[in-house]
Design a protein. Structure first.
Length: 231
């Protein structure tokens, strides 16, 4: 029968040997890599995020006459609220500076209710064009009438629809509060004869512009949505 004798090392590592090994493993902040690993790393290309951005096509400018895209960007549906009806209506405003102090746009329908744009061409006692959404009933509706509405008004240049200004709001329209909107919609001195922001033409050109109303009537399961509880 063969017998195996235990292996006895001729030398035992001392403290100095361990220190040497520790020093080989840690050289400051450097790591020891074998040559094969280094060669593999040299074949890896590092791509800067800026490089990918330069190759990407620029996103086209949003146009005010692209109604679906405008609604998607500026008037997304409100969470936890169900839409009852939607409508988009555009009013072609002509001879702006010859209009009366208070103007009404054509009536349009949404959610079984008539609506129209209320417009103060020279401002509602301010140096701003003033735009509002209001119900279009000829007579005052009944005291219990109401409609919960999320809406947006967009003033834009039909010659260059990338020139526009938008405002959005929500409101509980009632018999007592039949209009809601923006007294300071856009400063009058900026609208005429002055290039709009980085464009080469004004927003209101040749005394003409378009204003689009986006109206979304939402359901009111609680019966008190956006109620101000003021009599």
């Amino acid at each position: 029968m063969l017998k195996f004798l235990p292996f006895i090392p001729t030398t035992m590592p001392g403290i100095a040997d361990l220190d040497a090994r520790m020093g080989a493993a840690q050289l400051g902040n450097d790591m020891l890599l074998d040559s094969e690993y280094v060669d593999e790393k040299q074949d890896v290309a590092i791509i800067s995020p800026d490089d990918t951005m330069e190759d990407a096509d620029p996103e086209p400018e949003l146009r005010a006459d692209d109604f679906e895209s405008m609604k998607k960007r500026y008037l997304p549906e409100l969470p936890d609220l169900e839409t009852d009806a939607e409508a988009v209506h555009t009013w072609d405003v002509q001879r702006w500076r010859n209009l009366s102090r208070r103007e009404h746009g054509p009536v349009f329908q949404c959610g079984g209710h008539p609506w129209r744009i209320l417009f103060f061409p020279q401002g509602n006692n301010v140096e701003f064009a003033s735009f509002y959404l209001e119900h279009g009933y000829e007579e005052k509706p009944s005291e219990d009438w109401y409609a919960c509405v999320q809406f947006m008004l967009v003033l834009w240049n039909p010659n260059d629809p990338t020139i526009y200004v938008t405002h959005t709001a929500t409101h509980r329209f009632t018999a007592e509060e039949g209009d809601w909107g923006f007294t300071r919609f856009s400063e009058l001195r900026r609208l005429f004869n002055v290039p709009w922001e980085d464009k080469d033409r004004p927003l209101v050109e040749n005394d003409s512009a378009k204003v689009t109303a986006y109206v979304r009537v939402v359901k009111d399961p609680t019966g008190v949505l956006w109620h101000n509880f003021i009599k």
